[in-house]
Structures are given as structure tokens and as C-alpha cells.
Design a protein around this ligand. Structure first.
Ligand code: GAP
Length: 514
């Protein structure tokens, strides 16, 4: 596993800025909270993640098609989807520190601490009992572990009821009863818990006066639901089938910190899979497995991922889980897989008065399809890649190198062309190769500074291969090609360069392994 310390996130934020991956938005005005701009390396990495997602979902699945819906949608969309009435977070302020928190997050962090106590007990017992240790039995019989688990279950149950019924004093009771303190000041002086709607609204000029309030979409999924019939009819789609989309979403998050993990403007990659009612659990399992495989396929160590089943199911879901990733700040949600029943299509049918059904030829009847969705935040995926890739290595000679071991097909540049010196015809030879490769892949070219410094710069932006053009190149048309991860260099002929790089860096190599 990648070693992470408390400074890792800070170092990654610094590195991302220094090397053109991510800048604070409107940086010259000291930035805007929870908004970020992607720089010259960042946009390439982001595009590669999108390409991997899109091709694996749309190109590789015969029964999945894509759309690109508008960010602005008819306001009734959000009434139907439940966002106007229920897209709220429970907010609580600490009166002393004046800091604002999500009450459920404070409680979840508290639960994680109790879980950590259980883990500690288990580790101790495993050391004590050695090979004969039976974790399941220990969890069921050890009084301390049982006590912790009961406490977790009680708190979870109370939190679930409070959220479901909107009785927010229940959350406040947990916070007070458990003595949860403000993480910043240690104060336990809390306000009441209040609901806060996360949708951004604005006004649209052309609508009638009383209906001119319009929302920035808080998820891309609704653009898919309202187009279900358009796509099904025009694409002559048969169940089961999916509609995929990548696009911006906006949420007025109460606390937006931890860099690009929680932003107010972000991008989602979502796919709604429409199935026959009764078959949704089968597809839910399929998509859980497929999505985990998609992540594992990148070669990041598998213990960085885990499933987290939702205990508090939304009223319309009959199953839901997250794929969590081991970010520098611990395991957190990276992607959600949700079985959403016929809630969304049913609600849009009711509010629009349009039939959003499917005629099943075999059964000779119409019904509202059920939906299993996969939803991943592009920015979170970017952060996952960046944090798993960022390493500071101490080399044999005692010097340090910072390297981004980005999965090679996702790296911003696939190759750097580096003439050893800026004279003797080497730049011309280098540009000749560049002009051939740039039709197939993103390349960069550098002739300034010592070759060692140039290698370090390429390591720091994650370029998988560096090709050095030297005097021997002019004689026998061979170059050295250096691998970012092993730092090994081999001499190959210029004619082999393209195939050598493509074999390890093209998105199709990834797709073929799925
Ligand atoms: N349509 C379902 C949906 O939107 P969600 O769990 O609210 O579900 C899905 O969001 C994914 O979107 C999350 O797993 C996360 O990766 C990403 N996401 C949600 N809010 C985000 C935010 N404020 N900043 C960055 N990514 C976010």
C-alpha cells in the first residue's frame, strides 16, 4: 500500500499546483472556496480518465449509449426528483469556533473512531492467538468488542430514523449524548441542527414571472431520466439497456474542503441501466463487480478499495453501496452504485403527465423499468489517481526523486522526446520523431537543462517514457528509451519506439484487460 502520512494531501496539493495539474480557481484573486481549475497536465489526465470510463461503459457495451444533456433543466424536474424538498444536509454550528459542520458527518467520524477501537482489539487478539485466531468468533464473544459494536448499531439506527423522519433533534441528541466535540476547538457548545438545501439556483429570463427560478443540476442523472423515452424510441433500445453521460454538477456543499474531494462545481460520470422489474438485484451485483474491476484494472493496489453498503437507504432505493478509496484522509466514497427502483421514471411520469414506460413484446404488457445506476465523481477519481501515484523515493545514491506513477494509459504525456544536446542535428532528429508520434499520442519535447534534470521533471508529471536522442542516433538510428518506474534504459531502433510505447500506454490495452 502507498504510505500516506498526514502531510500527504498537503504535498499533493502543492505538487498539483507546481506541475500544472490543479490550480485554485481565480487564483490571482486568492481563489474561490471549493472551486478549482485544471491546468495543462490536469486536463490531459482528466480527459484520459473520461476516455477510459466512456469507452469501457459505452464502446464495450453493446446495449449502452451516451448522451450529453443540458445543465439547465425544467424546474419541475427537481420537484419530481425530490431534490427541491429533500436534497438537504443537516447543518450544525459550533457556537465557540463558529465552524459549520454536517451533523451526520460529525457522527460518522465518531463512529469511525469506535470502529478503530474494534480494529485495535482485533489486531491485538490476532497477535496473541496467532494462527488459531478466529476473528468472527472473537467479534461475537469478546465483551469489549461486542459493546463497541452495539454502540455503533444503536447510533446508526437512531441516525437513520432521524434522517428518514426529518426529526433532526435526534442527531443533536447523539452529538450531545456521545460528547462529540468540534474537531477544531474541542468545544461541545452546539446550535440546533437545521436543514440546508444544496441546490444552487439562478433565474432564467424567458420564463413566466412566478416560474423563473431555475437550478444548476445537482446530478447528471436526471438529464438521463428525462431522456429515457427519447433514447429508447430513437435507438430502438431493448431492456436491459443503459444511458451514460459525463457532465458538470453543482452542489452548495456546507463544508467543502479536502481539495478536489468535495467541490461546489464538479463533474460526474453516470450511467443509468434500465431493467425489467425483478431483475434489478442481478444487475446491481453485475455493476458492483464490473465497477470494482474497472478500478482494479488500473493496477493500483487492491487494498486501497473497499465496498461500503449503505445502511441508511434512500426511500426510493432497494440496495446501494459505495466503492470507497483509501484517500490520504482515509477511506472515503469514490463511487456509488444504487438500485433506484422505478422511483425516478415514476415520478417524472406523474409530474409530466407523459408515459415513461416500456412495452415488453414477450410479455405483451407495458411497465416502468427499474434502474441500477453507477455514479462516479471525475474529480474524486482524479484525486484517487494522483494520491495513489504520488511517491517520494530515496534513490541508491541517497538523492530523492518525486515520481507520479500514474497508470501509464492515463498519464498526461505518454512520451518525452529529449535530444541530449541542443546542437549537432540532435534537435532536428528529435523533432522528426515527435512529428511522427504526435499523431498517435500526447508527447512533450524538451532540450533545455541537463538530461538528469529533464528526467526528474518528466518523473514529476508522470510521463511513462523518455526517449533520448544522442550522437549514436545519427549513426545507427537507435535511441535510448527510459521507463519512468524502473528508471531502466534500453536501446531500441527509432522504428520500434511507437509500438514499444503504445503496448503499455494506449487506452485499448486497458480496455482489453477488462
Ligand atoms: N446520481 C447519484 C448521485 O449523484 P451521489 O452519491 O450524490 O449520487 C455520486 O454522487 C458521486 O459524485 C460520488 O460518489 C462522488 O464521487 C461524486 N460527488 C458527489 N458530490 C461531490 C462533490 N461535492 N465534489 C466532488 N465529487 C462529488
Amino acid at each position: 500500500m502507498i504510505k500516506q502520512d498526514e502531510n500527504t494531501l498537503k504535498n499533493i496539493v502543492g505538487h498539483a499546483k507546481e506541475y500544472g495539474f490543479v490550480f485554485p480557481s481565480s487564483d490571482i484573486y486568492d481563489g474561490l472556496a471549493a472551486a478549482y481549475d485544471y491546468g495543462q497536465q490536469g486536463v490531459l489526465l482528466k480527459n484520459n480518465i473520461k476516455e477510459y470510463w466512456w469507452k469501457s461503459m459505452v464502446q464495450l457495451h453493446e446495449n449502452i449509449v451516451g448522451i450529453d444533456a443540458a445543465i439547465f433543466m425544467h424546474p419541475t424536474t427537481w420537484k419530481a426528483s425530490g431534490h427541491v424538498d429533500a436534497f438537504n444536509d443537516p447543518l450544525i454550528d459550533n457556537k465557540d469556533s463558529k465552524k459549520r459542520y454536517r451533523a451526520d458527518n460529525l457522527i460518522e467520524d465518531h463512529l469511525a473512531k469506535i470502529e478503530a477501537k474494534i480494529d485495535k482489539e482485533i489486531t491485538k487478539a490476532a497477535d496473541r492467538f496467532g494462527e488459531s485466531f478466529d476473528e468472527k468468533q472473537y467479534r461475537e464473544t469478546n465483551p469489549r468488542v461486542k459493546g463497541y459494536q452495539e454502540k455503533i448499531d444503536q447510533i446508526n439506527e437512531k441516525m437513520k430514523i432521524s434522517i428518514e423522519t426529518g426529526q433532526l433533534e435526534g442527531l443533536r441528541e447523539i452529538i450531545e449524548g456521545e460528547g462529540i466535540a468540534c474537531p477544531l476547538s474541542g468545544s461541545k457548545n452546539w446550535t440546533e441542527v437545521r436543514q440546508f438545501n444544496l441546490m444552487f439556483s439562478t433565474e432564467m429570463g424567458s420564463l413566466a414571472e412566478d416560474a423563473n427560478k431555475i437550478y444548476l443540476r445537482p446530478e447528471t442523472a436526471q438529464g438521463i431520466f428525462v431522456n429515457y423515452l427519447n433514447v429508447q424510441k430513437t435507438g430502438r433500445m431493448k431492456l436491459p439497456f443503459g444511458i451514460a453521460q459525463i457532465g458538470k454538477a453543482f452542489r452548495n456543499e456546507i463544508i467543502a474542503r479536502q481539495f478536489i474531494f468535495r467541490m461546489r462545481e464538479f463533474e460526474q460520470m453516470e450511467m443509468q441501466f434500465f431493467v425489467k422489474p425483478g431483475e434489478e438485484m442481478e444487475w446491481y451485483e453485475y455493476w458492483k463487480n464490473f465497477r470494482l474491476k474497472w478500478h482494479a484494472n488500473l493496477g493500483i493496489e487492491s487494498d486501497n478499495y473497499r465496498f461500503h453498503d449503505h445502511l441508511n437507504l434512500a426511500h426510493y432505493a432497494n440496495a446501494a453501496c459505495d466503492i470507497e478509496f483509501n484517500f490520504p484522509m482515509g477511506f472515503k466514497e469514490l463511487e456509488g452504485i444504487h438500485s433506484r427502483t422505478d422511483f425516478d421514471l415514476g415520478a417524472h411520469e406523474k409530474h409530466s403527465g407523459k408515459k415513461l414506460q416500456y412495452f415488453d413484446n414477450q410479455e405483451n404488457r407495458s411497465y416502468t423499468p427499474y434502474v441500477v445506476e453507477t455514479s462516479i465523481g471525475l474529480d474524486r477519481m482524479f484525486l484517487a489517481i494522483l494520491s495513489a501515484s504520488y511517491q517520494v523515493e530515496v534513490l541508491e545514491d541517497g538523492s530523492e526523486r518525486t515520481v507520479l506513477r500514474i497508470p501509464k494509459p492515463l498519464a498526461p504525456y505518454k512520451v518525452a522526446i529529449l535530444p541530449l544536446t541542443a546542437k549537432d542535428g540532435l534537435p532536428e532528429k528529435g523533432r522528426e520523431l515527435l512529428n511522427e508520434l504526435r499523431f498517435e499520442m500526447d508527447c512533450t519535447y524538451e532540450e533545455k537543462d541537463s538530461i538528469g534534470k529533464r528526467y526528474r521533471r518528466q518523473d514529476a508529471i508522470g510521463t511513462p517514457f523518455s526517449v533520448t536522442i544522442d550522437h549514436q542516433t545519427l549513426e545507427d538510428n537507435t535511441v535510448t528509451i527510459r521507463d519512468r518506474d524502473s528508471m531502466e534504459q534500453v536501446r531500441i531502433s527509432v522504428a520500434e519506439v511507437k509500438a514499444h510505447i503504445q503496448a503499455q500506454t494506449s487506452i485499448s490495452t486497458l480496455l482489453k484487460k477488462l
